[in-house]
Design a protein around this ligand. Structure first.
Ligand code: ADP
Length: 581
């Protein structure tokens, strides 16, 4: 139990058992619930997926017999929640159901029969427009909202326009803003209607507000508190560790079937399946089609999902996946929020994940039931060219730079030969002490464990894995970058090192005394080493404006080293070790 939480009166635990069927609150749940019930305090709840956020906002009104208004971005999610509350005999509704049901919903609402009322942010945004219109004396039928819908038909409008609203108002125990990261342009699911929610406060000044999200980044957290105008909120943040997720990184071979085969088992001749529900994330729509086609040709029940498909096609794929009619969704990042499937056993990124924040969010969809699940990232260094291209879509320059840094962190993550779980967590949590790590939590730890337990050799051979002096190689690479004019990516300097006949090299390059001086290593090896030098700030990657790819220059650090070379000790990364296998 959380030692900082107030003591629990048994009546609360009894209610928890009666209504929710749980024998105790999870650490932090009680602290949050009691701050609402006893202190009527605002809350900002940042909880890892699967921890139990819903209970935090459902319990207070169920216990008091009041009503919690829940603003949530996805209708399908709300419908599921309403259904599961109803199954537990807790009266709940979604404002915005089919019109035919609305009359009854409204009557029950006025009678105070609902403990939990769900609505979309757009509905409450409409309401704010009505309030404004009323203040300005605009006739009702002319108060059209910016989203173009007729306010008169709006349900929330009805709620607050009703003469009995004063009465309802006193019955509202809590306003919960679920998926609150949607308020932030720094989040992954920005939704403009969320921006207006702060003003809900004016309508309900004395009701506690609770913002909830699973997004860990500090920028998003402060944005939430500011935009929703939370007053002295109790901020609760669980650990972001997901010990039931195993993490592994592999390199692409260039052949989809070959790369995915290890995750499939043969059911009958030429028919394959995954050993549990699986999401495969691809960087582009085209890649989803390619991977989807390969899987279907192998008899795997799979559907693709991306923003280019119709809403109906997407819903169809989603529903089939949730109902286990298909085993695998091959999707772009568009398949995200609202995937309420607790038993996703595998998340495979086929192609480098975009950035470390998105990656954490995407693998968070695995193993929400707490059972062991696996996350694989299968990549080729060239994938980052595609990913860099997406950065151009971000208009806010601060945010774009932030995402570029997060992309670099992703590259580091893919290439490290330390515990991946620790590396991922250190990005979100600075306190190292909370990380225990296990021998088998990621591919790196597993290999180390195997080695310690007698299985010597492989890439974790001591000699190969430890720090080496790369001064000769760095010298050659920096020279090659300099000779070829610092105008290209890594490819051209590497052609030079390898003595290639590629047309991008000029005659004077070919006649240079150092032409071909790096022939003793493969092209792949030099690329891997180039990536290490970029990570180590010896080389600087400069994105080409509005374009694909980037050029490579010698950094200030690189120039210093070049003018007085000393030993250059580095631990080889995974990509380089793979080239040496
Ligand atoms: P989140 O929204 O944080 O991802 P949910 O609210 O969907 O998580 O809850 C995840 C699971 O945890 C649900 O199956 C829920 O029933 C369960 N759960 C929540 N609170 C408790 C508790 N106190 N004891 C046992 N199970 C709980």
């Amino acid at each position: 139990h959380d030692p900082t939480a107030p003591p629990i009166d048994p009546v609360f635990v009894d209610a928890l058992k009666t209504y929710f069927g749980h024998s105790k609150f999870r650490p932090m749940q009680w602290k949050i619930v009691s701050s609402v019930l006893k202190d009527r305090r605002d809350n900002c709840v940042i909880m890892a997926t699967g921890y139990g956020k819903s209970l935090c906002y459902q319990f207070p009104s169920v216990f008091t017999g009041g009503t919690t208004l829940v603003v949530s971005p996805l209708i399908s999610l709300m419908e599921d929640q309403v259904l599961s509350l109803q199954v537990a005999n807790i009266s709940a509704c979604f404002l915005g159901s089919a019109q035919s049901e609305m009359r009854e919903v409204k009557q029950k609402l006025l009678a105070g029969e609902y403990r939990v009322v769900y609505l979309t942010p757009e509905i409450s945004a409409h309401e704010l427009m009505i309030e404004k219109g009323r203040a300005l004396g605009i006739p009702l039928d002319q108060r059209l909202c910016p989203l173009g819908c007729n306010l008169i038909e709006n349900e929330f409008h009805f709620l607050l326009q009703c003469p009995k609203f004063g009465e309802i108002r006193t019955r509202i125990t809590l306003v919960a803003i679920d998926e609150a990261h949607c308020v932030s342009q720094w989040g992954h699911d920005f939704r403009s209607a969320y921006r207006t929610l702060g003003s809900l406060r004016n309508i309900l000044p004395s009701v506690p507000f609770m913002a909830l999200t699973a997004t860990a980044t500090p920028e998003v957290q402060s944005d939430i508190i500011r935009s929703l105008a939370l007053k002295n909120p109790l901020v609760t943040c669980t650990s972001f560790d997901r010990p039931n997720l195993y993490l592994e990184v592999r390199m692409k071979s260039g052949n989809i079937q070959h790369d995915l085969m290890p995750f499939l088992k043969e059911t009958k001749q030429f028919h394959y399946e995954f050993d549990g529900p699986t999401i495969i994330y691809c960087p582009t729509k085209k890649a989803t089609s390619n991977v989807g086609a390969v899987l279907k040709s192998m008899g795997v029940k799979a559907e693709i999902y991306h923003a280019g498909l119709s809403l109906q096609q997407r819903n169809n794929a989603h529903h089939k996946f949730v109902r286990d009619e298909i085993q695998c969704i091959v999707a772009t990042v568009a398949f995200g929020m609202g995937i309420d499937k607790p038993d996703v056993r595998k998340i495979i990124h086929y192609g480098a994940p975009r950035d470390i924040e998105s990656y954490y969010q995407e693998i968070g969809r695995a193993g929400r039931d707490g059972l062991p699940s696996e996350c694989y990232a299968i990549f080729a260094p060239a994938d980052f060219q595609t990913n860099r291209f997406f950065l151009n879509d971000i208009t806010n320059s601060n945010f774009r730079e932030h995402k570029a840094r997060m992309m670099t962190k992703m590259k580091q993550y893919l290439n490290i030969i330390e515990c991946r779980r620790r590396a991922l967590l250190l990005h979100f949590e600075s306190k190292k002490s909370s990380l225990t790590g296990s021998d088998l939590c990621c591919d790196v730890c597993r290999k180390k464990w195997r080695k310690q337990n007698g299985n010597r050799g492989g890439v974790f051979d001591d000699d190969k894995c430890s720090e080496r002096d790369f001064s000769k190689e760095l010298d050659l690479l920096l020279q090659a970058v300099s000779i070829t004019g610092q105008r290209f990516g890594l490819a051209v300097p590497i052609y030079f090192l390898r003595g290639s006949t590629n047309q991008k090299l000029y005659e004077r390059h070919r006649k240079h005394k150092d032409f071909g001086s790096g022939k003793h290593h493969s092209e792949k090896w030099w690329k891997a080493f180039g990536h290490m030098a970029i990570m180590d700030d010896m080389l600087k990657e400069i994105p080409v404006q509005q374009g694909y790819g980037s050029t490579v220059e010698i950094s200030a650090k690189g120039r210093n080293w070049f003018s007085a070379p000393t030993a250059y000790k580095l631990t080889p990364n995974q990509e380089l070790l793979n080239c040496e296998k």
